[in-house]
Design a protein around this ligand. Structure first.
Ligand SMILES: *Cc1c(COP(=O)(O)O)cnc(C)c1O
Length: 452
């Protein structure tokens, strides 16, 4: 049985299996995304805020190519799970959603990172995409674009409640209101919403940070009062990311904006693991081993000799490197190597004749590959060139020995977000359960060759 067997993927059809084999020929690593997991994660978030009939709607944040999971598949999975909004940082990605055929009948779309001088504002307005404004320059540019388009721009006023990123400060807000009010009267701008972003909502157990979140909430409410007094009350207020959606009902307002939760992760491992919230990581990153060989004791591994084998052993090449988005900081050092520190490398699930084992990146991550010390003879372990190994997956329990992107975050000094957002597009993205989760119209929006 079968915790020890590498569970084969369940393909929807012969064609799905053919797509898989073709991806293996095309590239020796694959990111396999479970659309059902994403749909169910979104359902869970929608239920969290009171279900489809609640006064709180849910935006699926699909910026950065759906956090590396694929823009359109992530967007469609979010909609299948009950999201009625989609959000992207970059305007280009918001436009791509509409161009793919995700119309206004299905969701609102909001975009929030741009400069007023060069962004395709007229195109956004024409495509019924809601736009964030957080600077006077942006207001001017947006008004000009709306006049040119002859269509009212739907605006969400971004306020800085203490995050120190985009948005009007309390000090600068009178000038913003002075600029906005006449444009609303003229019908150039419709103030749809008011929003802000949390800085430390992912540390619900640290009293000091909870205080900061409370303070941001109070500041947010003060902004709302000022907008109401100016005669431009926001209809849709939104503030909550995944962490606040999971832990702070008082921040939900009319809309929440979870991103990382859709992909199956909590915002920070200090909050616990995905399973503590009923979330399922959607992406599995796997690769097929290149050279497997025997080496002697004291053999230097990779650049800089930061790792020396401590005994006769075998090594295996995993053909993914920093040019694929495997962080060089996930390198593994041992105290006898040139760095004289023990620093465990990123974890990889390797199937052996005795069951699955975690092996770790040994020595430095290279551009296209890294090396595993198998801590034993490959022929005795039953590890061979061409074997599929797993860098991370849903994290199916202790005995399964399956790392998650949180584990890679720890090994790389970063967070799960960066682990999958940095995976380069030369790694094929393949999708499970498209036919179970989507109707024919949505399936048609996906690249056929990516469907398993
Ligand atoms: C990325 C982002 C989110 C989603 O945050 P998560 O921590 O991934 O839930 C929400 N709102 C804004 C403005 C963002 O940039």
């Amino acid at each position: 049985m079968t915790l020890s067997a590498l569970e084969p993927w369940r393909f929807s059809s012969r064609l799905g299996e053919a797509h898989y084999q073709s991806a293996l020929r095309r590239y020796p690593g694959q990111a396999i995304v479970d659309l059902k997991a994403m749909r169910d994660n979104m359902r869970l978030l929608v239920d969290r805020v009171g279900g489809p009939k609640s006064n709180t709607a849910v935006m699926g944040v699909v910026k950065a190519d759906g956090y590396g999971h694929g823009l359109i598949p992530a967007a469609l999975a979010a909609l299948a799970g009950g999201a009625t909004w989609l959000g992207t940082a970059q305007p280009r990605e918001a436009l791509l959603l509409r161009m793919a055929g995700i119309g206004t009948d299905r969701c609102h779309i909001l975009t929030w990172v741009y400069n007023g001088a060069h962004a395709p504002l007229a195109e956004l307005i024409a495509s019924d995409i809601d736009i964030s404004v957080g600077s006077l320059d942006a207001i001017d540019a947006l008004a000009a674009a709306a006049r040119k388009t002859n269509k009212t721009a739907r605006v969400h006023v971004k306020v800085d409640t203490g995050f120190g990123r985009n948005g009007f400060t309390e000090e600068g807000f009178d000038a913003a209101l002075d600029a906005l009010v006449p444009l609303v009267k003229e019908g150039v701008i419709d103030v749809v919403g008011q929003f802000s972003h949390f800085s430390v909502a992912d540390a619900p157990d640290v009293p000091e940070f909870v205080e900061v979140t409370n303070g941001q909430l109070e500041t947010f409410n003060r902004f709302t009062v000022r907008m109401e007094r100016a005669g431009i009350p926001p209809r849709i207020r939104h503030l909550a990311n995944t962490a606040a959606t999971l832990t702070r009902p008082d921040t939900w307002f009319e809309l929440v904006r979870p991103g990382i939760g859709l992909y199956g992760y909590e915002a920070d491992p200090v909050m616990g693991g995905p399973a503590d919230y009923g979330l399922t990581p959607a992406m599995t990153l796997q690769a097929q081993l290149a050279t497997v060989k025997d080496v002697g004791a004291g053999h230097g591994i990779s650049y800089g000799r930061t790792y020396l084998t401590d005994d006769v052993t075998s090594t295996a090449i995993v053909p993914l490197g920093y040019a694929d988005g495997i962080h060089r900081s996930a390198s593994g050092f041992d105290a006898r190597g040139a760095k004289h520190v023990d620093k465990p490398g990123g974890p990889v699930r390797v199937m052996t004749d005795e069951g699955p084992r975690i092996m770790r990146v040994s020595g430095r991550v290279c551009m296209d590959q890294f090396i595993l010390d198998l801590h034993g003879r490959a022929d005795q372990l039953g590890v061979r060139e061409g074997d599929t190994v797993e860098l991370f997956g849903p994290g199916r329990g202790e005995e399964y020995c399956e790392p998650t992107a949180d584990d890679w975050g720890r090994a790389s000094g970063t967070i799960s977000y960066e682990i999958f957002a940095c995976l380069r597009n030369r790694i094929p993205r393949l999708y499970l359960h498209a036919f179970d989760v989507f109707d024919a119209r949505d399936v048609a929006m996906l690249k056929p060759g990516t469907l398993l």
